[in-house]
Design a protein around this ligand. Structure first.
Ligand SMILES: NC(=O)c1ccc[n+]([C@@H]2O[C@H](COP(=O)([O-])OP(=O)(O)OC[C@H]3O[C@@H](n4cnc5c(N)ncnc54)[C@H](O)[C@@H]3O)[C@@H](O)[C@H]2O)c1
Length: 419
């Protein structure tokens, strides 16, 4: 790569700019942070390498960091999630180096990560811990200048906590996913809406009256379950955790092992962070025409090699659908190669939830810098008052006022009216 970016097509820039501006309308908290950053320039001189889904919302985060004085480079955190017009707009109008092309192969994906690290970052931002892994495996020379990292998603936080437990994580990482204003909203309402959106855009199949199986009942999966129910589907949940399974049952969903659920499913979607949630035994009992998708971070939740081994032919009836023909003639429709369906065939989370996730990211960068040298190597949460501040700003932007606690105030005791 000779130029300092690698994108699909510069001619898409104008369309990308409109899309970024449209998203910004729904991101009032991030806008307030950007306005403060413009005044205070708290990130002046900071080099940030971000490996995030390159979407219109991420573009608004990148603009916010740049407004704070940071020098930002962006690469994709998934080969299928890039919005090519957004990447073009960032290069053309923000003069930001972007390395991301929708549909890039694995070699290009890792070359882009390498290019983002060649920027010699003070802070890395990850969605899945790929930059941190690359720093620890290939670019340990960057560690002395690293102030720290931030991590967006559940799977990334799990990977980082494992690295910390093994004693290999050499710098502080802020687990943005652990903020309440992140996972309670982004994972639940964002993944819920956009996963259903992705499945519908890919298939245009009616959900009402169909059996919709969801692997997991964590924050993402419960959002998907609620939205599938809202579409009139009969929703079945599979879990490995008895407490989550009990919650799903008492929330009114049918709960059963995957091998039973797979027999009944018209749709199956995983969102667990685990591997082989759907495996060869499950494919062996699925109905003809079953639609299979994943919304968990990695494309390992569905055992695609097992599906390939059971198949005699693969067709592509529509974009984002690989139809596998099994030896007995049954057809299994795999969406988006098992990658995050909400980002592959739809547009990812709506901007209004990314507003809070990326407010956390922007404030995490500022927090890392303010606390440089004070945080131990390992995984940290953002302080609770940052979380509460983001929630308060969001409520204000939504025109919602709330009460304050009466405890400690001198208020007259209410009259006893009963008993
Ligand atoms: N699609 C997106 O845009 C998006 C957004 C946020 C998070 N994610 C990813 O989605 C995944 C789930 O995130 P989360 O925040 O819901 O996590 P979570 O920890 O809240 O929930 C995961 C759930 O899956 C269950 N589980 C694990 N293995 C299972 C198995 N084999 N079968 C059934 N259930 C199983 C766990 O018991 C848990 O309840 C992660 O990979 C995360 O990174 C995706």
């Amino acid at each position: 790569m000779t130029k300092n970016y690698d994108i699909k097509d510069s001619n898409l820039a104008e369309q990308g700019r409109k899309r970024i501006d449209w998203a910004e309308n729904e991101m009032p908290v991030l806008r307030l942070i950007r306005e403060r950053f413009e005044r205070e320039r708290p990130l002046k001189g900071l080099r940030v390498s971000a490996c995030l889904h390159v979407t219109s919302e991420t573009a608004n985060l990148a603009r916010t960091l740049a407004a704070g004085g940071a020098d930002v480079v962006l690469c994709a955190s998934n080969p299928l999630s890039t919005q090519d017009d957004v990447a073009a707009a960032l290069v053309a109008y923000e003069e930001m180096p972007v390395y991301a092309i929708k549909g890039e192969d694995n070699a290009t994906y890792y070359n882009h990560i390498k290019a983002a690290l060649d920027h010699n970052p003070h802070i890395t931002m990850d969605d899945g811990a790929d930059l941190v892994s690359a720093v620890l495996k290939q670019r340990t020379d960057l560690i002395p200048d690293l102030v720290g990292s931030t991590e967006e998603t559940t799977t990334g936080v799990i990977r980082l906590k494992a690295m910390a437990a093994d004693g290999v994580l050499k710098f502080p990482v802020i687990a943005v996913n652990d903020s309440d204003t992140k996972h309670l909203f982004d994972n639940r309402y964002g993944t819920g809406q956009s996963t259903i959106d992705g499945i519908i855009r890919a298939t245009n199949v009616l959900l009402a009256g169909k059996t919709f199986v969801i692997g997991g009942y964590g924050w993402c999966a419960r959002g998907i379950a609620d939205r599938a129910r809202g579409h009139g589907a009969i929703v079945v949940v599979t879990e490995i955790d008895p407490i989550k399974a009990l919650e799903a049952a008492m929330d009114g969903f049918r709960v059963m092992p995957m091998i039973e659920a797979a027999r009944q499913a018209d749709f199956i979607c995983t969102a667990t962070g685990d591997i082989k949630v759907i495996d060869g035994e499950d494919f062996a009992v699925m109905k003809d025409g079953a639609i299979v998708a994943n919304s968990g971070h990695f494309n390992v939740e569905i055992d695609i090699p097992a599906l390939e081994a059971l198949s005699v032919e693969k067709r592509q009836p529509r974009p984002f659908i690989d139809q596998y023909i099994l030896k007995d003639g049954r057809r299994i429709n795999l969406l988006a190669e098992g990658r995050l369906i909400n980002l592959a065939s739809a547009e990812g989370h709506p901007s209004a939830v990314m507003d809070m996730s990326f407010a956390n990211q922007a404030l995490a960068a500022e927090f890392l810098l303010r606390n440089q040298g004070k945080l131990s190597a390992g995984v940290h949460a953002l302080p609770k008052d940052v979380d509460r501040e983001i929630a308060s700003l969001k409520l204000k932007a939504m025109g919602i006022a709330i009460d304050t606690c009466h405890r400690g105030r001198k208020a007259p005791r209410p009259e006893r009216v009963m008993g």
